[in-house]
Structure formats: C-alpha cells, structure tokens
Write a protein that binds this ligand. Structure first.
Ligand code: KG4
Ligand code: ZN
Length: 335
C-alpha cells in the first residue's frame, strides 16, 4: 500500500502552524509559530492582531514544514486545514493558504474541525481502539466525545458556560498572572494547599455536561471578600483549591462516562490536557480500572498544532471527504 503524506495547516487562534504527517500516525515535520508574546499585554487574544500575525507567518511556516520534511508540494497527497471553530479572520488565513497551495499544485483539499484535530493528536501517540471516549479541554471547549469509529463524533457532554481553559485564564487574570494563565495556575497549584472549599458543579443526576462559571465567580468573590476584610489568601492556595475543583469534576465525569459507554480507550485532548494535576489524577483513576487504556499526548501535541490537523485530515481523506475552492471559515462549527 502506498504511503499517504498529508500537510496540515492550523490558524484558528494564536498559533500559525504547519505539519506533514505520514499515514495519519507519523510526524515528518511539525512547525508552530506562537503569537502569545504579542497578545500578552492585552491579557488575551486580540482577533485583529492574530489575523495580521497569521498573514505574516503562514507562508514562512508552510515553507519550513516542507523544508524540514525535505519535500515539495508534489509529494503531498492532501492538504488538511482547520475550517472551524475559531476566530473567523484567523481561520480565513489558513483556509486561503490551503486553497492557494491546493489549486496551484492540484492537490486534494480537506477541511478539518479543530476539535477533531485535538482528538486525533492522540493517534500520533497510540493507534485508536474503538469505541473510545475523549475528554476535550481547551480554551474554547470542554467536551466529552464518544467515537464508535474513525471520524464519527458524538458529543455526550459539553460546557454550558465557560470552557475549562477559559476559567483557568480568567482566574489567573484575577490573580494578576500573565496570559495564558493555565500553566501559571498549574505551577502555583503544586505549591499551595487546598484550603478553600470551592463549589463543584455536578449538574443534574447523570448529566455529562460541565459548568465552570459558578466556580470562577466563587474564586473572584472569595478574593474580593478577603480584600475588603484586609485579609490575604495565598494565591497558591487559591490556585490549588480552584484546580482541585476543576479536576474533580472532569475526572469523575470522564470515569463515569467511560464505564457507562464501555469504551476501550480514553483520550485526553486540548490545551488544558497539558495540566500536570489533571494528567496525574486521570492516570490514577484509570490505573485502577481494568480494560480501559488511557492515552495522553505529550505537551506540545496538546496545545494548538498542525500535526493533529493533518492526522485528522488523513482519516477524512481516506474516507473520501474533500473540500473545494468554495470552502469557507466557520467560526461556530459543530463537530
Ligand atoms: O487547545 P488550546 O491550545 O487552544 C484552544 O483551542 O483553545 O488551549 C489553550 C488553553 C488556554 O486556556 C490555556 O490557559 C490552557 O489551554 N492551558 C492550561 C495549561 N496549559 C495550557 N490549562 C491548565 N493547565 C495547563 N498546564
Ligand atoms: Zn485548540
């Protein structure tokens, strides 16, 4: 069987990325240009700045991915690009770069859902075993996704308000930590004590949905009340207590869903998957459960990258899915 080489392009938020993947599982090249430094002083991603950076970087990143792989576009079987969800202006840069390259070299085009990409980052680590469950936790998403086969996604639970990463970033901001706040809270949490009993939103019996805005408000109120009384709570204790609440809910619901859906694998996906506390608690929970394999990608494959987009794109390409030159960017795309 002939080897399949897919170029992935990702520009949905604040990383401009391109990667080449062989047969959906092997990384040949993987280039990520991050804009975090440009957005830091604004405390979050500024869409207009993101678009401008993507325009400047996309060609450079694409050429680097080909160069690192010692390839030319002629070697590619398909070009996979994130078509949504994300910032519309940012997505459009990647979609148009993909269309231009596909048109110039007559290469098939495949549109990829960003979250499908995050899930398929796991396939770069371990072959998927179906049925499986993926816990997707990123800056924009918190979802439990059930898959009975390749490229088939069933959302069994999702956030009703803030995403997990969003809650991390907002709490970090309240603690005057730099953007993105997730890694800072993670670091502080390991130095602090779980001295504050923040709420856990379990929602109604049996629900796999999540809610983090109540927790976020509780953290903000606790800090505000302490300040008014002239008290100071160690920020590391706030971080540890907040993180404990997030992880408790994420791990409990994932374990319950994994049992109910009788899955063979549980995959962790998205930027918050880089969280050391979450990784450790999931490993602990699933080490006690026979027959369910837990897969956790390395940190650089958890945050936004194009290798994951090419990995998901390969499966879609093999299933005959094709994009055309009318492909648009879809900021609120469903998986
Ligand atoms: O997947 P991602 O790179 O971008 C989106 O698609 O949203 O996720 C970014 C999110 C940010 O909210 C960031 O604070 C969070 O992932 N994050 C973390 C950690 N590293 C990144 N959250 C908690 N702990 C971490 N170690
Ligand atoms: Zn992402």
């Amino acid at each position: 069987k002939k080897d399949i080489y897919v170029l992935g392009i990702e520009t949905s938020c604040d990383e401009t990325a391109a990667a080449i993947i062989k047969n959906g599982t092997e990384i040949i090249s993987n280039v990520v240009s991050s804009q975090i430094e440009s957005h830091k002083r604004f405390g979050g991603v500024v869409p207009e700045i993101a678009s401008r950076h993507h325009v400047e970087q996309v060609t450079i990143v694409l050429e680097q991915a080909l160069k690192d792989a010692s390839m030319t576009p002629e070697n590619l079987d398909a070009i996979a690009v994130t078509k949504g969800p994300g910032l519309v202006g940012a997505l459009l840069i990647g979609v148009n770069a993909a269309k231009a390259l596909a048109f110039a070299h007559k290469i098939p085009l495949v549109g990829v859902h960003h979250i499908a990409g995050h899930i398929y980052a796991n396939r770069l680590v371990k072959e998927m075993q179906f049925p499986l469950l993926s816990l997707v936790v990123s800056g924009g998403h918190t979802e439990l996704v059930y898959m009975r086969e390749h490229a088939h996604f069933q959302v069994i639970g999702e956030t009703r308000d803030d995403a997990a990463g969003e809650a991390y970033d907002k709490v970090a901001r309240t603690l005057s930590l730099p953007y993105p706040g997730g890694p800072h809270i993670d670091r502080l949490a390991h130095e602090g004590k779980e001295s504050i009993d923040f709420p856990r939103a379990w929602l109604e019996e049996g629900s796999y949905d999540f809610s983090f805005s109540g927790l976020k408000s509780s953290v903000i109120n606790t800090l505000h009340n302490a300040k008014q009384k002239g008290e100071t709570i160690p920020p590391e204790d706030v971080a540890a207590s907040f993180q404990a609440s997030v992880i408790d809910v994420l791990v409990s619901k994932t374990v319950r869903a994994a049992k109910e859906y009788k899955v063979k694998q549980v995959l962790l996906a998205g930027g918050v998957a880089a969280n050391r506390g979450l990784r450790a608690e999931l490993v602990k929970a699933f080490s006690e459960m026979n027959g369910i394999e837990l897969v956790i990608p390395p940190l650089h494959l958890c945050t936004d990258n194009a290798a994951m987009i090419a990995a998901a794109g390969t499966v879609l390409f093999e299933k005959g899915k094709r994009g055309d030159y009318a492909m648009n960017a879809y900021p609120g795309l469903d998986i």
